[in-house]
Design a protein. Structure first.
Lengths: 74, 283
């Protein structure tokens, strides 16, 4: 049993919870705004994709640390 | 199959055999997403790339450097082909038309809203950045090739060049001292001025760092997921899990196409935003 693998697994799970909650809330607000005003669907879609990419960027910081923990030596 | 004299090709075959025999050692995943001194065309053989040691530095041509040159040649070819369409008339047809749609998209959606007046000076660099990242991300999905943006050195260099472009454009527009003083917003109480200065200075460097890590981690994570799903066949020792595995891998490859485009868009848009903030920092 290696602690590196355990910590990487726990860390990856927490990262996924954070990213999922964040992007889910974002998508909820965006879809509600699109439903309220169907003329503004295209700008809202663009802003939603940009914000999702930025939130995913933060999630990937955590992922990189998990990979370093899993595959690093000692 | 040709197995060379160096231990590396034999190492790849060995780890696959070990995984097939029972040990679930996943070090072969990292082996496939990292740089190497050879290109592995698996059923046909390996191409060994030359080692070059100049001035005490190891400047050997590795797989990633070879593919950076290939991306450069592809971009040169595409751009010259597109420019030829403008010889007859200013209204393009065919391939030039398709290229012009992408260039107009970058200009009207990314550069013009972010920079505003005087955006033409920064358009060549931002267009080059967008097409380089897009072509290299897409090239990673072709069989037998690698994703050059899946390496911290390549994305770090792109982020560093964007950082230099941002600071240079800010300093050129406002003068060096006025630009540095413009980093801290005006109208702050004197007490928190040193703290704000430190925070803004550190913020100068975290923005390109985030650009670098975002692009790198997006590309590498996609490929690691694909390798892990294929490795499922070896871990479970049966061939019957192959349809599920290949189905998932197909889905993730399609997602990778989308992610390739989105990451090029986000990198270029954030660079344009930083340049716009530096150039028009008088709010």
């Amino acid at each position: 049993m290696e602690l590196g693998w355990l910590s990487a697994g726990l860390g990856a799970g927490l990262v996924v919870i954070g990213a999922g909650l964040g992007i889910g809330k974002l998508a909820g607000s965006a879809l509600e705004a699109m439903g309220r005003q169907p003329e503004a669907i295209s700008p809202i879609r663009t802003a939603m994709i940009i914000a999702a990419a930025l939130i995913e960027g933060v999630a990937f910081f955590g992922l990189v640390i998990c990979i370093l923990l899993a595959f690093g030596k000692a | 199959m040709f197995f060379g004299n160096t231990g590396e090709t034999i190492a790849v075959a060995d780890t696959l055999k070990k995984a097939a025999q029972g040990s679930s050692d996943p070090s072969w995943i990292m082996h496939h997403v990292m740089d190497a001194n050879y290109i592995n065309f698996e059923p046909f053989g390996t191409l060994y790339l030359p080692h070059l040691h100049l001035f005490g530095l190891d400047l050997s041509i590795t797989k990633y450097i070879f593919f950076i040159f290939i991306v450069g040649i592809i971009l040169l070819f595409i751009c010259l082909l597109a420019a030829r369409g403008y010889k007859k008339s200013l209204i393009p047809k065919g391939f030039t038309n398709f290229f012009e749609i992408i260039i107009l998209f970058v200009r009207d959606e990314i550069v013009k809203p972010s920079i505003g007046k005087g955006y033409e000076r920064y358009l060549p660099y931002l267009l080059t950045l967008f097409f380089f990242i897009l072509v290299s991300n897409l090239l990673g999905l072709v069989p037998f090739s690698t994703t050059i943006t899946g390496n911290v050195a390549v994305t770090g260099t792109l982020a560093m060049i964007s950082f230099i472009a941002t600071q240079y454009s800010g300093m050129k527009n406002h003068g060096v001292l006025k630009y540095i003083r413009g980093l801290v917003p005006s109208g702050m109480p004197i007490m928190i001025l040193p703290l704000m200065a430190v925070i803004e200075f550190i913020g100068l460097f975290t923005k390109p760092f985030a650009l670098c890590i975002r692009l790198f981690a997006n590309m590498v994570a996609g490929h690691i997921v694909i390798f892990s799903l294929i490795g499922l066949i070896f871990i479970m020792h049966t061939l019957y899990v192959a349809p599920i595995s290949v189905g998932f891998v197909l889905f993730i490859e399609i997602l990778e196409l989308l992610v390739a485009g989105i990451q090029a868009y986000v990198f270029t848009m954030l660079t344009a935003l930083f340049i716009g903030m530096a150039v028009h920092s008088d709010h």
